[in-house]
Design a protein around this ligand. Structure first.
Ligand code: PGA
Length: 245
């Protein structure tokens, strides 16, 4: 049985003070809840978020695949581990579109995180044009295949995949539950063909893209959707709790 996982993706939002206020208000409310829940916070907020969170997962939104070196502005997996961070969002479409993230760097980051015993949350998803040309399945399976290249069966089970159609991110347009389910099924089938049915049944697949308290229930009731990656609706405590509860 796969445990549902709901992660907020704060993107470039919240100062240290705002982070502490949020965590202090929300963390106690999620104690004892059956789903795993957490927030992906900016680098500057990781340490205080972690200090204040007893129940919430605190995730980073990116990492570098090298341990150290001349990579101005980058943060290594070791540095995240030093803060006891356990989850890292990688390959988000905003990073792919604006910051040169590629399938190859996503794969390197995933391998590095797994080698350190951490959980990569690997994002995939098609653009509006690709969606309109009915290329979704092809695009997403290619992204998944490349992201998982060279990763063994034991490790791959611990990964979380987030299917996020780019046309649904921050636009208010949610993929219908059926569309989201169908693509998540395609991803699971791809994993079964790359590994086997046991692995495919174990791996958790989130949906992301304009998820809100009023549509999350229908999305998460789909057979192959095991959680959500949520941007805008994860920023306010009341809205975040509305998602999780
Ligand atoms: P959104 O963002 O919920 O604001 O659409 C989702 C995401 O980018 O992860």
């Amino acid at each position: 049985m796969r445990k549902q996982i709901i992660i907020g993706n704060w993107k470039m939002h919240k100062t240290v003070r705002e982070t502490v206020d949020f965590i202090q208000e929300v963390d106690k409310e999620v104690a004892g809840i059956t789903v795993e829940s957490g927030v992906g916070v900016p680098f500057t907020s990781l340490a205080v978020a972690k200090e204040n969170a007893k129940n919430l997962i605190i995730a980073a939104q990116n990492c570098h695949f090298e341990s150290q070196g001349a990579f101005t502005g980058e943060i290594s997996v070791e540095m995240l581990q030093d803060l006891n961070i356990t989850h890292v969002i990688i390959g988000h479409s905003e990073r792919r579109e604006m910051f040169n993230e590629t399938d190859e760097t996503v794969n390197k980051k995933a391998k590095k995180l797994l080698a350190k015993g951490m959980v990569p949350i690997i994002c995939c998803g098609e653009t509006l044009t690709q969606y309109e040309k009915k290329q979704t399945n092809e695009v997403v399976t290619r992204q998944i295949e490349k992201a998982l290249e060279g990763i063994n069966e034991e490790d791959v089970k611990t990964i979380v995949i987030a299917y996020e159609p780019i046309w649904a991110i921050g636009t208010g347009k949610t993929a219908t539950a059926q569309i989201a389910q169908d693509v998540c099924r395609v991803i699971r089938d791809k994993i079964a063909s790359l590994y086997d049915d046991v692995v495919a049944n174990d791996i958790r697949i989130q949906y992301g893209g304009s998820v809100k308290p009023d549509n999350i229930k229908e999305l998460l009731s789909q057979t192959d959707i095991d959680g959500a990656l949520v941007g805008g609706a994860s920023l306010e405590p009341s809205s975040f709790l509305g998602l999780v509860k």
